[in-house]
Design a protein around this ligand. Structure first.
Ligand code: HEM
Ligand SMILES: [Cu+2]
Length: 543
């Protein structure tokens, strides 16, 4: 910085208007960062209430009806308003144009519109909470969602419907940007894996989200006008709802994990100073997950009365998803082998991800096994499985990514000691919260009950204690990251000594990302030179 004032995207102009009307993808990333952090703490509040309620077997904190609303609002907020947008809308928005050497996304105004749509949807859902909440579960299964009246399904469903457009438009924007705006020399197989994983995620956004939207419209029509689509009393079919819902929502779980995998690829390469082992396999694994993910929805319906044959086919197909997932885990591990590893906070999250994702994925295989699932279906085993992936996997990767790119986003370095401590607390708190739930589920504790037999209390208290530790782990980064905005050491343009176009420009970057268009002559992760290779992924040349 040499003391002279450098112009960058944060200081080009000031004032609320300059933020709310911005079309700069980096500022829009901040709009999302602030809003999803808000939703994360709203969802976290509901989670706290759930764990407090479950401290005692008699369920004496809240009424059963309130409890139903708590876990529903928790799920809805976390899934639709935090986890789905978290990595794509914050890190994806910020990084994709920079990683491909572009000035912005293909449709900057559409990008801003996506954020407004997201916020409008979020407000509807918050209004539903304020009005008294929804008690159907985040899955909105009929007939709960279409008949019972003590609940604000319509308002919530409108909120999610609206927010869906934000996903679709963001996916569209990413796909066009990645196709059309790569810097000269940046071929498909030189792209960072982060970009590949967001490409695959965008495909799911575009193909899956409309199905959810239509399903929600049908629920709304049935509720408001009494059409008989899902309600058997009116000639409908409740299982049809489950097919439609999971046709979106199984792929949606990959919306939550694929971007996380993209982050982890960057972290593992950066902190072991190596090219990702089997780069092409990892890239194609993202696409394979996106495609196969559309074929396995029926594994959520093994006990719904679908035919046994369908159950067998879905069971078999579900095993297939594990193959590309395992390829990634093997290849990250192989990348670590003989790497020169440094254990900075982002890497701690990256390594933590590999561990917990493996547990989450393997227990997914248990659940995909038809016979085993009949035993543990709708027990805490399922709850543990998906939290291992979504909280242990995606949230940890998200935090790892925020730390890794924080110096780029803000121009400041966060306090490393605190960050490592927080990463450790998150890891311990997370495992203490969710591991006991595997045991609880295996022993037969059903999910979504607020009263349970006393013999389950010890494991529930462990889980609630873990949740308190986890909460500390989540609040800490909020505090020291905000602190670092003012007091953190000034970051150079490449504080990690990492490879990738985003590290070639200033921290924070100028509004147009690069002063001159970079020309790329080598693949991503050019940490080790191969004979005869000129890698200037590190050097930007003028075009
Ligand atoms: C190796 C790949 C995976 C397999 C084979 C798998 C399998 C399954 C199966 C069979 C179920 C249904 C269990 C039941 O309802 O009884 C399930 C539930 C679930 N899984 Fe996975 N899973 C995998 C990965 C993932 C990933 C990557 C995520 C999220 C990012 C995820 C999130 C969920 C969620 C949210 C549920 C529960 C939904 C609910 O009923 O509320 N799973 N999984
Ligand atoms: Cu699934």
């Amino acid at each position: 910085m040499n003391g002279e004032r450098r112009e960058h995207y944060l200081n080009v102009n000031y004032g609320v208007r300059s933020w709310l009307l911005t079309t700069d993808h980096k500022r829009i990333a901040w709009l999302y960062l602030v809003s999803i952090t808000f939703f994360f703490f709203v969802g976290g509040f509901f989670a706290t209430m759930i764990r407090l309620e479950l401290l005692t077997p008699q369920g004496d904190l809240v009424q059963s009806e309130t409890y139903n609303k708590l876990f529903t609002m928790h799920g809805v907020t976390m899934v639709f308003f935090f986890l789905i947008p978290a990595i794509p809308a914050v890190l994806g928005n910020f990084l994709i144009p920079m990683m491909i050497g572009a000035r912005d996304l293909a449709f900057p105004r559409l990008n801003l519109a996506s954020w407004y749509i997201f916020i409008v949807g979020g407000l509807f859902t918050l209004a539903a909470s304020a009005a008294g909440g929804v008690d159907t579960g985040w899955t909105f299964y009929t007939p709960y969602s279409s008949i019972y009246s003590n609940t604000h399904v319509a308002l919530t469903v409108v909120g999610i419907f609206v927010t869906g457009f934000s996903s679709i438009l963001t996916g569209l924007n990413f796909i066009v940007t990645i196709h059309k705006m790569r810097a000269p020399g940046l071929t498909w197989f030189r792209l960072p894996l982060f970009v590949w994983s967001h490409y695959a995620t965008s495909v799911i956004f575009i193909l899956g989200t409309p199905v959810l939207a239509i399903t929600l419209v049908l629920v709304g029509l049935e509720r408001i006008f009494g059409l008989g689509i899902f309600d058997p009393a009116r000639g409908g079919d409740p299982v049809l709802f489950q097919h439609l819902f999971w046709f979106y929502s199984h792929p949606a779980v990959y919306i939550m994990i694929l971007p996380a995998m993209g982050v982890v690829s960057e972290l593992i390469a950066g902190f072991s100073r190596k090219r990702i082992f089997g780069y092409t396999f990892v890239a194609f694994a993202s696409l394979a997950i996106a495609v196969i993910g559309f074929l396995v929805w029926g594994h959520h319906m093994f006990v719904s009365g679908q035919s046994v044959h369908a159950g067998l086919v879905f069971s078999l197909l579900s095993f297939l998803v594990a193959i590309p997932s395992a390829i990634k885990v093997f290849n990250w591990t192989a990348t670590l082998y003989k790497g020169s590893i440094s254990y900075d906070a982002p890497m701690l999250y990256g390594l933590g991800f590999i561990g917990v994702f493996t547990i989450g994925g393997l227990t997914g295989l248990f659940l995909a096994t038809l016979g085993f699932d009949v035993h543990v279906h709708d027990t805490y085993f399922v709850v543990a499985h998906f939290h291992y992936i979504m909280v242990g996997g995606s949230v940890m990767a998200y935090l790892g990514g925020i730390h890794y790119w924080w110096p780029k986003m803000t121009g400041r370095i966060y306090p490393e000691i605190w960050a490592r401590l927080a990463a450790l607390i998150v890891f311990l708190g997370f495992n203490l919260t969710f591991f006991p739930q595997f045991v609880l589920g295996y022993l037969g504790m059903p999910r979504r009950y607020h009263i349970y037999p006393p013999e389950f209390q010890v494991l529930n208290v462990m889980s609630s204690a873990g949740a308190s530790i986890l909460a500390v782990g989540y609040v800490l980064p909020l505090v020291y990251l905000i602190w670092s905005l003012r007091y953190g050491a000034v970051a150079g343009k490449n504080p990690w000594g990492a490879r990738g176009l985003e590290w070639e420009t200033g921290s924070p970057p100028p509004t147009n990302n690069f002063d001159t268009t970079p020309r790329v002559t080598a693949g991503a992760y050019a940490y080790e030179k191969e004979p005869g290779e000129v890698y200037s992924f590190g050097k930007t040349a003028h075009v």
